[in-house]
Every structure is written in C-alpha cells, then in structure tokens.
Design a protein around this ligand. Structure first.
Ligand code: 5CU
Length: 376
C-alpha cells in the first residue's frame, strides 16, 4: 500500500568472486582477464563479439581496448555495499555474472559450483537481511551432479534461486533432458533468473560492427537471445510440463512482452502445429505463461519498455534491478550515482507514478514477496 515505507530491492546485480577472477586470469580464450600495457585496469573479455578487438589490441598498442575495465566493482563486497548505500538499495539478490560455469571442463564444474555457491552464501552471511543470492549450476557436469548442486543450494540459507544462461546442457532450454532439473528447482521453490550471454552470431552485425562498440550485441543480441530461449521453452511445452516453474527474465524479457502477440499469431497460423493438434482451445498461451510463470526485471531503461512489461506480466510481477557492475558511468565518478540505475528508477516512476503503490511494489515489495526476502 502507498502509505508504507518503500524498500528498494535490486534483483539483477552481479559479482565475480575472487576465485572466479583467478580462473579468468589463467585463461587464453574467452572468457578471460588480461592486462594491456596501454590500459590502467586489466580488461575483462567475455563476449564472442570482443574476440576481434582482443586480437587487434594484442598486436597493436594503439587499437581500441577490448572488453571492459575490470574494476573493483566486480569482485569487492565492500564496493557492492557502497553501491547499494549510494543508490538507497536496501536488499540485493546477487548472482554470478555471465558466462557462469558454462565454459568449464565437466571435471572442474562440480567443485567450482560448490565453492562459488559457498562463497556467495558466506558473502550474504556477512550482511544478513541485506544480501541474498541466486546460485550457479555446474551445467557441464552430469545430470546427477547438477541435481546434487540443486540440493546443496536448497540448504543454503540465503539462496533464493539460480541464475541460468540460455545454453542449458548445450542444446538450449527446450532440451527434454533439462526437465528433471526444472522439476527439482520448482519443487524446491528456487526461482530461475534467466540471463543472456551468447547473443546472436557475429555475422548478423555486419562488416562494420567494430565501429559500433558493444551496442549491437548488448542492446539487441542479449535481448533476442532471451526472447528466443523463452519462446523455444514455450513451444516445447516446458511451462505446461512443470507448472510450478518460476522464471525471472532479465532485461524485462528481452523483447517478449512486445512480441508475444506476434508469437501467438504465428502459432495460430502455423499449418504444422495446427495439424499436430498443438493449437487446441484449452492451450495456455504465451500471455498466460507471462502472467502465471514468468516474472520480469525492470532493467529496460525506459518508460515505454516498462509499460509493455507491465501490460504483459502485471505490475505485481516486475522487479527492479541495476545490472551492477556493468554499465558504470564513463564521465562521472564511479563511486557516485550511476546513470544506468537512475534511468531504470525514473522509468518506474514515470510508468506508474512516483511513490505509488505500484512503484513501491516494483522497486522492492514484489521481490520481497516473491523471493521471500523477509524470511530468515
Ligand atoms: O557489458 C556487458 O558485456 C554485460 C555483460 O556481459 N553481462 C551483463 O549482465 N551486462 C552487461
């Protein structure tokens, strides 16, 4: 209700624990961390679209620096708390940033998942009632190992779900082999935070892409990746098969709220699907899934996108996020306010009215209810 105090919860906020950074420093292919004589900070190089710039900067000290600067914001807990205090964030639900453990050899991923999840758990324990986390699954390991990791997470006091990329076990999220993982997560009330990493194939961006920085892959590649992953899940029937499955979609669902109508129309007009009896009257539509099993973060940076998200899923299913430590300010002090945060907060205020009950819900109340952040 509008008269109660607002609590701000950031459900989209990442960290790389120091042990994970050490792995990145030891690597020669992406994801990696590397220092360049021409740059003050080491560079964090994550994306396929950054490989060309990495090669060029290795050969030529005057070339554009690859990736992004690896500042203390990525691994320091003190910095996370400072960021929260600066932006009046009461609670953060932290998660490992992409590409999680996707690149690890199966022999390493189980142990790494256990140690990353324990590290997140102990980080949260240092600031009880301010920090919770989404765990990370060892998806390159065996199914039994992944299920054991879910059991481990279930026992960690501050864990509220798992962060998941779109590759799943290697074949995407419509892979039937994932069903037992989804069922285990749903049974344990662990919410999936679905987050992109892989974008779209490099050649989609054309021969001039190096002139455009990271804009195309982050603004469009990431969001289409999420949209495609969830649409594939929907088409394969995952949401019907695991009715208790709950997913928060990063970046307000990519473009899903905007495209749901077109997806629905394409389904209704698809001869193959109709012939196979997949378009029956009792079918749960994409709209139904958006309102029943999907939550959206509010990391969309504009009132227009936020309104689409609210219309598609409901103001009671949206949750504020920052994407910290990505998108730092480039021309003002990184220890001060970040424009990437104020853009998202302003979009909420514009879309539903500053201080309104809906604004309070989106800024924190929904996350507290949905992720049980009032429980010990
Ligand atoms: O700036 C970027 O590349 C990213 C990223 O990799 N992951 C993320 O969550 N946001 C921005």
């Amino acid at each position: 209700d509008a008269s109660s105090a607002m609590r701000v919860v950031d459900i989209h906020t990442h960290m790389y624990p120091p042990s994970y950074i050490r792995i990145l420093e030891s690597r020669s292919t992406i994801p990696l961390v590397r220092s360049f004589s021409q740059e003050p900070d080491p560079r964090l190089i994550l994306l396929q679209t950054e490989v060309k710039a990495l090669e060029e900067a290795t050969k030529d000290a005057t070339a554009n620096p690859p990736g992004r600067p690896l500042t203390s914001h990525y691994a320091s807990l003190a910095q996370k708390i400072h960021f929260m205090d600066t932006h009046h964030i009461d609670i953060s639900v932290i998660s490992l940033a992409n590409p999680w453990l996707d690149f690890l050899d199966p022999s390493e991923s189980s142990q790494m998942a256990e140690s990353v999840n324990n590290e997140f758990s102990s980080i949260c324990g240092q600031h009880p009632a301010r920090l919770y986390f989404f765990g990370t699954l060892p998806l390159t390991a065996t199914l039994d190992t992944v299920l054991a990791s879910i059991s481990h997470l279930k026992g960690l006091k501050y864990c509220r779900g798992v962060i998941l990329g779109t590759s799943g076990l290697g074949k995407g999220l419509d892979d039937p082999d994932l069903l037992s993982i989804f069922e285990a997560l749903a049974a344990d009330h662990l919410t999936i935070f679905l987050h992109p990493h892989y974008g779209l194939p490099n050649d989609v961006w054309g021969p001039r892409s190096s002139e455009y920085g990271h804009v195309l892959s982050l603004a469009l590649g990431f969001t289409m990746e999420t949209t495609i992953a969830v649409t594939r899940m929907y088409l394969s029937g995952v949401f019907d098969k695991v009715r208790q499955l709950r997913m928060i979609l990063a970046h307000s669902g990519g473009t899903l709220p905007f495209l749901a109508g077109r997806i629905e129309s394409c389904i209704m007009h698809d001869g193959q699907l109709v012939r196979e009896g997949k378009v029956g009257k009792d079918r749960r539509t994409v709209w139904d899934v958006l309102k029943e099993q999907v939550y959206l973060d509010a990391v969309v940076y504009s009132e227009v996108g936020l309104r689409a998200a609210i219309d598609a899923s409901g103001a009671d299913r949206l949750m504020f996020g920052t994407d910290h430590p990505f998108f730092p300010p480039l021309t003002t002090d990184e220890q001060g306010e970040w424009e990437s945060v104020s853009l998202n907060a302003a979009a909420v205020a514009k879309a539903v009215g500053e201080g309104s009950a809906q604004a309070k819900a989106i800024m924190g109340g929904n996350a507290i209810d949905i992720l049980r952040l009032d429980e010990d």
